[in-house]
Design a protein around this ligand. Sequence first.
Ligand code: OOG
Ligand code: NI
Length: 474
Amino acid sequence: LEESPLVHPDELRTAFALAMSHMYKNEVPLYGDLVRIVQSGNHRFVTNAMGSSNDSLDRLTLERHGAIRLGKPVELHTVRRIFALLGMHAVGYYDLSVAGLPMHATCFRPVDTASLAANPFRVFTTLLRPELIRSPEAHDLALRLLKRRNIFSQELLHMLNVGEAVGGWFRVDQAEIFIREALRTFSWAPVAEATQTEYQLLQAEHPILADIASFRTAHINHLTPRTLDIDAAQAAMAAEGMPVKDRIEGPPRRKWPILLRQTSFLALEEKIRFKTRDSNSDQSFPDASNVELVDGSHKARFGEIEERGAAVTPAGRALYDQLLESSMHAVGEQRTSPDAVEAALVDTFRAYPDTWDELREQELVYVKYSFSGKLPSTAQLPSESGSSVMSLIEQGVFETSPITYEDFLPFSAAGIFQSNLNRKPQSLQGGGQSDVEGLEHALGCSVIDPDALYAQAQKQSLESSLLQLKYHLT
Ligand code: OOG
Ligand code: NI
């Protein structure tokens, strides 16, 4: 009997991302328009740059990330198991309390160079921190609602066990069930589990709290394809009449892009229905057919685009953070004017070197080395020492290129959150501090340090280039 073929976790991730994209386009048709705009912009860009069209545009425009918001630690724990089967692991810690949000986050993403090349899809995953909620009523209500819900189907939990037993290599038929059931968790539930009164109480405390605790699923709240020219894409979105965010988050436009630039269309006001139920009853959710429903609306889901640049070293990041801070200082009172913010950023970021040689020589960015095939002038055996590598680069023996930034920026994330809230950030209970241990405890593992991954990718490329060169010399 012929065995059904096994699915590589990288392929499973691609299938999952495609299925999620399909689901989200159905749920939020405006998102389909966004993908179309990005795709035609990318097409123009590639055609202009290379003088020919490129048939891998679909691939180029594939979603690079999505985001979900979880309510309780066990949800994060199970989500970690789902993503592990998709070849995605928790990288980095994001403290969103700095932006007045009662949440912290990590990013589930592929970690090794080969998996990233196969498909870099990642999910920014936030977890509610109830201890930062100021109102005791909202705090208790949120916990009561969250305690009652189970966002995972029995079939999904079963598939997690099956997948873990085979090290993530599902058969095709199993992969289909796994993806279908995983998507259920992240799908939209148009009927809230909270009553309208409960929803309003949560919303008054924080709109994100209402989004996290009122529903039966952990709906995906946006997906983000990659654009090759975010300024042009932003203009095209506005030209089509999309309600677009007032400015692009991240560093200003540069010759040598660094980190991440993002913008979005704003969250849509969507019709939902509320159950009419007594919040104090401890019974689990009544069947929707048995309760009366009332009409309401909810605003959470949007569409985003991103343009990624070079991963920066800790020195490069310190300079980025410092310049970001001084530009915010420079705009002062005019912080609400997007033009003033943009002008200040452009002005301040002149201090960030913008040639490849400067970025590399000042060690502001991580570098990918490759062997060009050209042999050095001296027969001296090359080494990993800085001067030896420098001389190999100068002689054209080694070529260098940026390593793409695969993570997120907490202040940009906060800007994206904030653009959908009609209010200023408020203070949190206890002032708010980061709590890496709390997030890791919920995950059941520690988060991977993104810098260690970039440093490792750089080192690997250098070692393999040296090795190739040595073979050519001997
Ligand atoms: C996540 C916002 C953060 C990004 O691209 O920085 C994010 C959310 O809205 O839940 O996705
Ligand atoms: Ni995002």
